[in-house]
Design a binder for this molecule. Structure first.
Ligand SMILES: NC(=O)CC[C@H](N)C(=O)O
Length: 229
């Protein structure tokens, strides 16, 4: 299993992604977007950062890079694709996942630890957890507010595509526990296939024990569930 961590100009979590994946025993390599995906790619991580300086809208320009056509084709074949933070913004901008990530309610960049509730534990990205489990994860974004029209939100819920919601330490999904004003406290969601997911919190920054938090490792095991203990 080799995961391609796709680096755009301005990505800054690509190395963190590789380190976290390798810590879990998952082979990973950084791939410069202009070089295209390796032919034998088995997983794709769209890492966090500030691709193209977040100009226009965060993720908007990277979403239009030619490599994203390859990412879409791989996703359609069932290759697991995970977008983290700026990667989540790229995922929504390229319609791998519905909705959009826009400016935080605070209109500020927020770098803090939050709680997230696992909404379903029967997907590759969440099978390491219990449904309702509360995770402690870092966020670091200025444009993390998930927005979607009312009817598409209803569809998301009806199709059970919400993976994580911001919550308090006891798992209550409240306005106070919503760090950025996201619709429905949504912190992560699935694409059309369960093998495609995006989330704003950073699982790769909560995997290496030296960093203090390890709750994110379960998400990364989505690339290779056989390694999960
Ligand atoms: N950590 C990141 O990926 C940053 C996300 C994005 N550039 C923002 O500030 O919204």
């Amino acid at each position: 299993m080799t995961v391609a961590v796709v680096q755009f100009g301005g990505s800054n979590c690509d190395r963190d992604g590789v380190r976290a994946l390798e810590h879990l025993g998952i082979d990973a390599e950084r791939v410069w977007h202009e070089d295209g995906l390796p032919a034998d790619v088995e997983g794709i991580l769209l890492p966090g950062g500030f691709s193209y300086g977040d100009y226009l809208r965060a993720g908007a320009m990277a979403a239009r890079a030619p490599v994203m056509r390859e990412v879409r084709a791989a996703a359609d074949e069932g290759v697991p694709v995970l977008g983290v933070c700026n990667g989540a913004q790229i995922g929504c901008e390229s319609s791998l996942t519905p909705g959009a990530f826009t400016t935080n309610e605070s209109a500020r960049f927020q770098c803090e630890h939050v709680h997230c509730r696992v909404e379903r534990a029967d997907t590759p990205w969440t099978a390491a957890y219990e449904e309702g489990e509360v995770l402690r994860l870092p966020i670091a974004h200025a444009e993390g507010r998930f927005e979607i029209s009312e009817d598409r939100y209803a569809q998301l819920e009806a199709n059970d595509r919400i993976l994580f919601r911001y919550c308090d330490a006891d798992g209550n999904v409240t306005d106070e526990a919503n760090p950025n004003g996201s619709t429905g406290n949504v912190a992560g969601l699935l694409g059309e296939r369960e093998s495609v997911a995006v989330l704003m919190p950073h699982p790769e920054r909560a995997t290496l024990p030296d960093l203090g938090l390890t709750d994110g490792a379960g998400v990364l095991y989505g690339f290779d569930p056989s390694l999960r203990s």
